[in-house]
Design a protein around this ligand. Structure first.
Ligand code: CAO
Length: 557
């Protein structure tokens, strides 16, 4: 083990700069280049990275301390192997693993940067070039934050460069519209390389820079690195961020061209993990997003139960719905979801994302069925509703179309055909949707089906269904006929492959070849998993179903 003293590197012409964030504590093991602390002058925020991997010891600073170049930060306990490795960090009392730039290259006294090569007052076009980026050459462009036609604010970052030692953002020298963007990701650039042309409102670029606090644009764009008359800090390790005194706006209010309020190290970390920083809440000063915030965000997403997980987690590549602070539009109340609703939400979401759904509709003429049902309505003390008739018809149709009584194997390689017919039916309960299952429905008569569905529906509403009474379904029925509405698109109750939606019947005129007859038509909507069921097969299934419901005698065949 060897100890290396870590001091504040060359931070340009800044003195007595306050420490606004300490990103490490004694005992922390950190990687080389991980940020140790953040300093904030009136012009820029600077992250001081670790010169080597090691363990932090004897941390000397606290938030609020004011420091200048050479101030002691901590000691870094470094494993011998790392110390004796070739090309170690210089033993000099600086964190910079590359030679600190000469004093003449420090921030304030340097001549105006080559950012705005064309004199702004004379023209409405600014030729934007790569500014002084210290001792770096041929640095790859790793992110382009603008594209041709983008209207951007002064100081908004245009692109990000990443050397092997640091990540640097190049800010816009003025507000304007991006034209003739010359770079693409992967291009290698050095100081003076052309970036783009910035079309500013005539004369606007010549106006003296407004103080950030007074300019609404500055408030909306959280970065305020250097003004055109003041170059970027020359030490490439002093990574530029912002000093805008107003925190970034909420996600919903963000505009194109804005970037999350985070240092380059955090942004790099987020990029590596594929995290959208706009979704991460910043816990640092003025809402600055810290590496810990990104870690916390990832951890939270990984441990979130599927019901609450947004689409981005449940379905790879699906952009999440951005969070909205609804309270900004009016009064709200947040009510936790009931357990059943959370479970059914997760289940429906899975089914919706995994199954390519098609819904086939038709109308069954149930005029005779209804006449029969009404005549028998209190058979054996049991009220006969439409549901048991539909279950009976469905089992008869499943016999002829067994692929609807099947499930796809998990590897998608085979179809598992079931020799039993357990039919589920969606029941609306105060706590949400449940699907009790009638076992061996094909072997039961209408009265028994009426009895069992009534019992199961009551148990469902009373919250007394046993888990076994909701398992093993082969095909589901969702009946909204007692409520109203016409066709709807039910979601297949995976791993089943079909579901029948039943809506409220209505008397409609039906042409019998000579005249229109008033007939009672029941809307049916058959959703199916198109991976298993072909459209023609589904159409035949629903045609048979309507025939069975139109003529009950067919059920006896
Ligand atoms: N057309 C016209 N009337 C209908 C009908 C239809 N398709 N279906 C039912 N009805 C009538 C019934 O005949 C009954 O009227 P009468 O009292 O005059 O006989 C009335 O509507 C109420 O029936 P019901 O809905 O209580 O009984 P049911 O056996 O048909 O349904 C159940 C039972 C459990 C399916 C139902 O109560 C229920 O919970 N439905 C909602 C299902 C649901 O939420 N589905 C959506 C899932 S996806 O979000």
């Amino acid at each position: 083990m060897a100890n290396q003293k870590v001091t504040v590197p060359d931070i340009g012409n800044y003195h007595d700069v306050p420490v606004i964030e300490l990103l490490v504590k004694d005992g922390d093991t950190i990687e080389k280049d991980a940020p140790l602390l953040v300093l904030e002058s009136d012009k820029a925020t600077l992250e001081v990275p670790a010169p080597a991997s090691g363990t932090v010891r004897a941390l000397k600073l606290k938030v609020g301390d004011k420091v200048s170049q050479g101030a002691e930060i901590c000691e870094l306990e470094i494993a011998e192997a790392a110390v004796s490795a070739p090309a170690p960090a210089p033993a000099a009392a600086t964190v910079a693993p590359v030679a600190a730039p000469p004093a003449s290259a420090s921030v304030a006294p340097a001549p105006p940067p080559p950012v705005a090569a064309a004199p702004a007052a004379a023209s409405a076009e600014i030729d934007v070039r790569i500014p002084d980026i210290g001792n770096y050459h041929d640095v790859p462009v790793i992110e382009l934050l603008v594209k041709d036609g983008d209207a951007i604010e002064k100081d908004a970052p245009l692109l990000v460069l990443e050397s092997d030692k640091a990540t640097l953002e190049v800010p816009a020298p003025a507000s304007g519209t991006v034209r003739a963007l010359k770079l693409k990701v992967g291009d290698k650039v050095s100081q003076g390389a052309a970036v783009c042309t910035l079309l500013t409102a005539a004369g606007a670029a010549a106006a003296p820079p407004s103080p950030p606090a007074a300019a609404p644009e500055a408030a909306a764009t959280p970065r305020d690195p250097a003004t055109p008359t003041e170059p970027l800090p020359k030490n490439p390790l002093a990574i530029i961020a912002d000093t805008a005194p107003i925190p970034p706006p909420p996600a919903a209010a963000r505009r194109d061209g804005e970037v999350p309020y985070a240092g380059p190290a955090t942004r790099k970390f987020a990029r590596e993990l594929g995290v959208d920083l706009f979704q991460v809440h910043g816990s640092g000063a003025r809402g600055r997003i810290l590496i810990e915030d990104v870690q916390g965000f990832v951890k939270q997403r990984l441990t979130q139960p599927p019901a609450a997980a947004p689409a981005a987690v449940a379905g790879a590549g699906i952009p999440p719905i951005p969070a909205v602070d609804f309270a900004q539009f009016g009064a709200i109340e947040t009510r936790p979801l009931a357990r059943i609703r959370k479970l059914s939400a997760a289940h429906l979401h899975r089914a919706w994302l995994n199954i390519p759904h098609v819904t086939q509709t038709d109308e069954a003429d149930i005029t005779e069925l209804e006449a029969f049902r009404k005549a028998q309505s209190e058979e054996g003390g049991v009220k006969l509703t439409l549901l048991p008739f539909i279950i009976k018809a469905v089992t008869a149709a499943l016999k002829q179309y067994p692929e609807f009584n099947a499930s796809l194997s998990p590897d998608g390689e085979s179809l598992i055909l079931k020799k039993y017919m357990h039919i589920g039916f969606a029941a609306d309960t105060p706590n949400g949707l449940v699907v009790p299952v009638v076992r061996d429905a094909d072997q039961k008569g209408i009265v028994q089906l009426a009895q069992e569905t009534a019992e199961l529906a009551k148990k469902a509403r009373d919250g007394k269904l046993k888990p076994d009474e909701m398992k093993g379904g082969c095909f589901s029925i969702s009946s909204l006929g007692g409520i109203g509405g016409s066709f709807f698109t039910p979601i297949v109750n995976a791993p089943e492959v079909g579901i029948l939606g039943v809506s409220k019947s209505q008397i409609k005129p039906v042409w019998d070849g000579k005249v229109f007859q008033p007939r009672l038509l029941c809307p049916l909507a058959l959703s199916y998993d198109h991976r298993v069921i072909d459209g023609a097969y589904a159409a035949r299934f629903i045609v048979l179903l309507t025939k069975l419901l139109s003529d009950l005698r067919r059920l006896a065949l």
